[in-house]
Design a protein. Structure first.
Length: 556
């Protein structure tokens, strides 16, 4: 039998590759160095740790001294209940369950959960492939020493191929931090839209009731002016007055009646907007709204808490903070690209070769599962893109600049929050003052109309006096209705600015149960998607993501 070289062994069927040394002997101390390498990789994270951006802090509200404002802690979760309007409460409940844009925001939360799962998975062996390869090989006869080899042979390989880039510089850990913060930002975005949604439903509801009140007042004044018109017409027929009085009365009546279609148009448009917010057709909303109602009445005092609570309560502020946190982690991801990537790769499997020439004594493909067919390797590798021409360094600078933009956005969001609350409060208080004066004016105008009509009947005043008083009454009553609506709308704006309303959702209440069932039927979501019975939602998903967060943020 012919002798074999140092790297080949005689198997009885000819020379073939021998088992590697690591396969024939016990584990060597080199394995310890790999474990040390892995442990070191788990301890290093380049890039900055996120720090809470500084924000302008306001100690008190500008309107805090007003007796209508109470600067004390309050529950804003169901702020609309201060109006004591059951229809409004029903509408907000329906919008929460059915609004389609809110459902889209909830689905983005599920998407962010899945993205977080991708980031978590990246820290484990990035290549874990079960492989199978077959190859037919033909060797050129012009190769050196070709006469000592089979010119045509086949190889068959099966096994597991794995590559693990060790997170030596914290690249994957920072990516998890970023994805975790982005998940929190999508939750805050859902909450922010819920705040806006509840406020918009309440605002359009007030607009509907305002339009109904203005229609009611216009009809009452039209009826009053119709009686005045009859009186003027009767006196004209009796020869007591000229036709001028009749035409003036007719003109005023027609002008008042012309406002009714405009108010009805306003009402219908507000109802149509409400229908979109509730996720129903306009015809369906009409059944929910019921009969005409009154403008919701605001309470005498409003509890607004303290300004510092906005930083913890308002979802858009939390979202701006979390977006900055996510971007801060991206600096670490980019900076890790500057350092060598240390990977551990290996293959374990079975390999055999078979000669196409049946006269050969070499191994056959059928020997694949023999113990002698075992093959494998394991070893580290290093990749370092040191000649990157500044691309990686400039990418770090790009990420840092984006972080600074988001920090400025966070600070601006805080200022906008203060503005919204202050605008709402001053609007609420001043509109209430205005409504008080207008109430006095309307009461006086009604009395003036009565006196003017009495004097006109007695012939002691001309119709111009009647015309002036009735015109003033129409204007002042309409202004009062608008002011009463403004009181409610500004209070709604205040509660929106205070960040109330998002608290009504549950911890996993982002997608309706029927949508969950449809998605589960279509795709295997595992525990990323909550149970269709939200009360039985698993502890993973959002709750798990919150426990992994690397900085302190308010509970969702």
């Amino acid at each position: 039998m012919e002798s074999c070289s140092a790297h080949w062994e005689n198997s009885g069927k000819g020379c073939r590759i021998g088992k590697p040394a690591w396969h024939r002997v016990a584990a060597r101390p080199k394995t310890i160095s790999l474990l040390v390498l892995l442990s070191l990789g788990a301890c290093t994270k380049v890039g900055p740790d996120f720090e809470m951006p500084s924000a302008p802090i306001q100690g008190t509200w500008l309107e805090e001294a007003d007796k209508g404002v109470k600067a004390e802690p309050a529950d804003f979760s169901t702020w609309w209940q201060v109006f004591e309007d059951p229809v409004l409460t029903e509408l907000i409940g329906a919008a929460y369950k059915q609004n389609l844009t809110l459902q889209s925001a909830g689905l983005r939360v599920l998407e962010a959960r899945a993205q977080l799962g991708i980031a978590v998975g990246a820290q484990y062996p990035q290549v874990q492939d079960a492989v199978g390869r077959y190859a037919y090989n033909g060797i050129s006869e012009n190769e050196p020493n070709f006469d000592k080899l089979d010119l045509n042979y086949q190889t068959l390989t099966v096994g597991i191929d794995a590559t693990w880039e060790i997170d030596f510089w914290g690249k994957f850990a920072r990516a998890i931090e970023s994805s975790d913060a982005r998940l929190g930002a999508t939750v805050a975005n859902f909450d922010d839209f819920l705040v806006i949604l509840t406020a918009e439903v309440a605002r359009f509801y007030v607009v509907v009731r305002e339009a109904e009140e203005r229609v009611r007042l216009a009809r009452e004044n039209a009826e009053l002016q119709r009686r005045s018109f009859r009186i003027a017409r009767d006196r004209f027929r009796a020869g007591a007055v000229t036709e001028l009085d009749v035409q003036q009365a007719r003109a005023l009546l027609a002008e008042t009646e012309s406002t009714i279609p405009a108010f009805r148009l306003l009402r219908r448009q507000a109802q149509n907007a409400l229908a979109v917010l509730l996720g129903v057709t306009p015809a369906r909303l009409a059944a929910i709204m019921g009969e005409e109602g009154r403008i919701p009445t605001a309470p005498e005092q409003v509890a607004v808490g303290v300004p510092a609570e906005l930083l913890r309560r308002r979802p858009d502020i939390r979202r701006a903070e979390l977006e900055a946190a996510a971007q801060s982690a991206q600096i670490g991801v980019a900076r890790a690209q500057l350092f060598p990537a240390i990977s551990l790769g290996g293959f374990v499997g079975l390999r055999t070769s078979g000669s196409v020439d049946s006269r050969s004594n070499n191994a056959e493909l059928s020997d694949l599962f023999d113990s002698d067919s075992f093959t494998g390797f394991i070893g580290p590798s290093i990749s370092w893109p040191f000649l990157n021409y500044g691309r990686l360094t400039n990418n770090v600078r790009v990420q840092d600049a984006r972080l600074q933009v988001l920090i400025a956005n966070y600070q601006n969001t805080v200022l906008e929050a203060y503005r919204e609350v202050e605008d709402g409060l001053v609007g609420f208080l001043r509109s209430r003052e205005q409504a008080g004066f207008l109430s006095i004016s309307v009461k006086a105008s009604k009395r003036a109309v009565e006196l003017a009509m009495l004097q006109y009947r007695n012939g002691t005043a001309d119709y111009t006096r009647v015309l002036e008083t009735q015109t003033a009454l129409v204007d002042r009553q309409d202004n009062l209705a608008v002011a009463q609506s403004a009181i409610a709308q500004n209070l709604i704006l205040s509660y929106r600015g205070l960040g109330g309303g998002w608290q009504i959702r549950g911890p996993n209440d982002f997608v309706p149960p029927e949508t969950i069932e449809v998605m589960r039927t279509r795709t295997d979501w595992g525990d990323v998607l909550p149970a269709s019975d939200l009360g039985d939602a698993p502890d993973s998903g959002m709750a798990a993501a919150e426990t992994r967060t690397y900085f302190r943020r308010p509970d969702f």
